[in-house]
Design a protein around this ligand. Sequence first.
Ligand code: DON
Length: 291
Amino acid sequence: MLGMLETRDVAALGYHSAAQVHLFTEVMRRAFRDRAAFLGDVDFHPVPVAQLLDKRYVASLLDDFNPQRATSNDALRPSSVPQPESTQTTHFSAVDAAGNMIGITYTLNGLFGSGVTATGTGVLLNNEMDDFTSKVGEANMFGLLQAAANAIEPGKRPLSAMTPTLVLKDGKPFLVTGSPGGPTIINTVLQVITNVVDFSFNVTRAVDAPRFHHQWQPDSIRYEPFFTSPDSVALLQSMGHRLASSRLYANAPEADGRSMGDAESIMIDPQTGKRLGANDPRSPDSAAVGY
Ligand code: DON
């Protein structure tokens, strides 16, 4: 609210004048609207603090302020908190009216790719060479150990974990899913599919559910909390498995590892044909939208 008032001469309006009460009311209206939309305990819910405090955003909130008229809540412009661009691999799924499905995963590989922008374009170049085996026996940035089969050669494509996936049921479009997350992508997609097909979860539960990941090397199960009961963790350890916990959501305070993926998925209900969109709560920027 102070940000909205920053450029205005509040004192000049006169203390408790109608003009001051009007301006303050319009400021309060907008701040409380955003409070209702975005705020909650940051330990449980990602709050876009930087975006809400962005000076351009705050200044824009009073663009539709009319010094003569109260803004009706119904006419208030929808909040347009600027969404931060994803810093990493992105996946999206879509289904059109005819039932055609697409799943697209695209990547720069590492954060900001190679860190190099093609001059004059603003386009960042990737560092996909790390998906090749640069040296047999050396782990790449995702800890993957790979063999000579994936060595660098002219014209060759590196191995990729990206797995945008279309699932058909009785030959008809049923589920589209995929995810970012390096090697965890493969196991994220595996678990979303089996959650739906084998465990009969609806698509939202299938996407929300905690995941686990094993990639041969390192020999350890990385798991998001609560994937199973404490008894099961002890049982797995007694079977000889090593376990490392991972955070469930990006800003979880107890974090000791990254959450796994961002599996934006759509299921088509075979009975009703309804498109059931599931955005992954691991990503604060994700959304399921209809048109
Ligand atoms: O294609 C691959 O397997 C990697 N380049 C994917 C990288 C990735 O998902 C990073 N982000 N989260």
